[in-house]
Design a protein around this ligand. Structure first.
Ligand SMILES: [Zn+2]
Length: 240
């Protein structure tokens, strides 16, 4: 007799599961229509530690003037709109994005700058919401060189990197940080310490925000890959 218990349990769970799916479908018909308008998810924070562990997504859409972005959550908790507004506002202050229509965001150049925008989104979701978001400056102290590396912005989206020490080690680190920005912001390396954006526009705020990550680009890339695999593998119900 005891062998029937798991069977009944399984049946019950199956029934509950089907009811759950039907209820979800009935409940989300409106939302499903909405998914057509929010575009493709390009980054995911599956558990927002600053707001009730909800999941937050960054979505890309095709706007009239190029790529647009939307910070979105399917959570219906009270206060979600405020949390989304904080993240979107910080994307402007710390990523150099500007407002597009319908609460969306875009880069002034209209390009996607996929890696850069995803990195900034991940970093902003980690911010302490109690502190007002602020743009970084175009320099970073590099531990390995024991020197400050300063970035100079030129016309047409070109940037050069220079350390405030003459040592070979410092010059090498300026080059390493420039290559870090190539990886993180998808810029082109023009020479050892010069990079440029293919769009031909300056992105000072974005570059400044990515600079600390560029000092240890391997760790930054690893973290982003882990986040990406979590987003792909985990169904919404399984996200921790
Ligand atoms: Zn651009």
């Amino acid at each position: 007799m005891s062998t029937k218990i798991p069977t009944n349990s399984a049946r019950r769970i199956g029934t509950v599961g089907i009811c759950g799916i039907v209820a979800f479908w009935l409940d989300n018909r409106g939302v499903m229509a909405q998914t057509l308008d929010i575009g493709i998810r390009i980054e995911l924070v599956s558990m927002d530690r600053h707001f009730h562990d909800i999941s937050l997504g960054l979505y890309r859409l095709d706007g009239a003037d190029g790529a647009e972005f939307l910070v979105h959550s399917y959570s219906r908790l009270a206060g979600v709109a405020g949390r989304l507004a904080f993240v979107a506002g910080a994307m402007k202050t710390m990523g150099g994005l500007v407002a597009a229509e319908n609460g969306r965001l875009r880069f002034p150049c209209g390009r996607e700058h996929n890696r850069g925008v995803r990195r900034v989104f991940l970093d902003i979701c980690k911010l302490d919401p109690g502190e007002p978001p602020a743009a970084r400056e175009l320099n970073v102290f590099d531990q390995k060189a024991a020197a400050t590396v300063t970035v100079t912005s030129y016309d047409n989206g070109r940037y050069t990197f220079a350390a405030d020490e003459d040592a070979d080690k410092a010059a090498a680190r300026a080059g390493a940080i420039a290559r870090g920005i190539v990886k993180l912001a998808e810029t082109t390396l023009e020479d050892d310490t010069t990079v440029s954006f293919d769009c031909g526009h300056g992105h000072d705020v974005l570059v400044a925000q990515l600079l600390p990550r560029a000092t240890n680009v391997r760790a930054a890339v690893r973290e982003q890959e882990t986040a990406a695999s979590r987003g792909v593998l985990a169904a919404p119900s399984q996200q921790e």
